[in-house]
Design a protein around this ligand. Structure first.
Ligand code: MRU
Length: 350
């Protein structure tokens, strides 16, 4: 089994997701700027994995910092946090992880007497916290799997969009974690994976990790989903999330909204699986979720080859927001939330 991301003595090591499935190669980021660049260029992607990478980026930046006094260490922390926060705007896990690291930074300042002791304590504590965020993420996904498996059919086809698997998290996955758990309970499930234009996370990543594990997977192009849903060939849809507002509106990979509407139209349950760290209770609805606009070259080019006339411009919103009314249930590590989400999601935090 591969490791999506890990802390090593040399730096933050991650599987290069831009090279899959052709090559399974790993990249070691030796400073926080390399971690930021890896997030921006999607060497590592998926909301929980971005959170882990950001936490490790902060720890690495402080480890490499030459600061000897608290004011210079604080200035370094702010610069590192800001660089990492500017990488991708939609997945709230990025900001959640940076805030968690900030709390550890602040509490570490008060524990020791000399500046040298404080600097050393901050380094150690941030590294420990980043490793803890990774370990917790895997455990959270396994918990989500246990809750969500009951919602999966005994047998039949489940559709997913993008990649919400081990590659998108510290390990195991959110939506794919639920599928993994259902399969390990003996359910006879096969997965239809939307290819997920334009970055092809479904074709390149979901298909790769499921095939590697022996879970039956069939690739379809995004525009085939409606056809199969209408034919009654899909028993359930399950996706991950990048940010969930307090009312349950869910930002996820571009194209998710279309799948949710099509599932609703055809009476097929549509599930979202996400950890509590993906829920942004500061936003009342999905309208406030920032949607990343990526380079239009990712639309006009496929595998480095231009597929549209040179004069044609393109748009590339990387996410869309699915209104909560199309979501049958939201699966978290604390249990399953059902409508009305403003109450059920809130209850999970109590
Ligand atoms: O642009 P990406 O590949 O980072 O987008 C990823 C997704 O949209 C995933 O579905 C989401 O982050 C959930 S991952 C468990």
């Amino acid at each position: 089994m591969f490791k999506t991301i890990e802390w090593t003595d040399e730096g933050v090591r991650m599987i290069d997701q831009t090279r899959l499935p052709a090559e399974e190669v790993y990249r070691t980021c030796r400073d926080y700027e390399e971690v930021a660049e890896a997030i921006r260029s999607m060497v590592i992607r998926g909301a929980p994995a971005i959170g882990v990478a950001a936490a490790m980026g902060v720890a690495l930046g402080i480890k490499n910092s030459g600061a000897r006094t608290i004011p210079t260490l604080r200035a370094d922390f702010e610069r590192i946090a800001e660089t990492l926060a500017r990488t991708r705007p939609t997945a709230v896990n990025l900001f959640w992880a940076i805030e968690r690291m900030r709390r550890v930074f602040e509490t570490s300042l008060s524990c020791h007497s000399t500046d040298a002791q404080v600097v050393q304590a901050v380094r150690v504590n941030l590294e420990e916290e980043a490793k803890r965020i990774l370990a917790e993420d895997i455990a959270i996904n396994e918990g989500m799997g246990r809750h969500g498996a009951a919602l999966m059919p005994e047998s039949g086809t489940v559709l997913t969009h993008c990649n919400a698997g081990a590659l998108a998290t510290g390990g195991y996955g959110t939506a794919l974690g639920v599928i993994r758990a259902a399969v390990s309970q003996g359910k006879n499930i096969q997965v239809f994976a939307d290819e997920t234009r334009p970055f092809l996370q479904g074709a390149r990543l979901t298909a790769w990790e499921l095939a590697k594990e022996g879970i039956p997977v069939t690739l379809i192009t995004d525009n085939m989903a409606g056809h199969f849903l209408k034919q009654g060939q899909i028993k359930a849809v399950i996706v991950g999330a990048d940010r969930i507002a307090a009312n349950g509106d869910t930002a996820n990979k571009i194209g998710t909204y279309s799948v949710a509407v099509l599932a609703h139209e055809n009476g097929v349950p549509f599930y979202v699986a996400a950890p509590l760290s993906t829920i942004d209770r500061s936003l009342a609805s999905g309208e406030g979720i920032p949607i990343e606009e990526r380079d239009s070259n990712e639309v006009t080019h496929l595998g480095g080859v231009r597929i549209a006339p040179p004069s044609v411009s393109a748009r590339h919103p990387a996410f869309d927001v699915t209104p909560h009314r199309f979501i049958t249930a939201i699966i978290t590590e604390r249990g399953i939330a059902r409508p009305p989400y403003s109450m059920s999601l809130n209850a999970l935090f109590q």
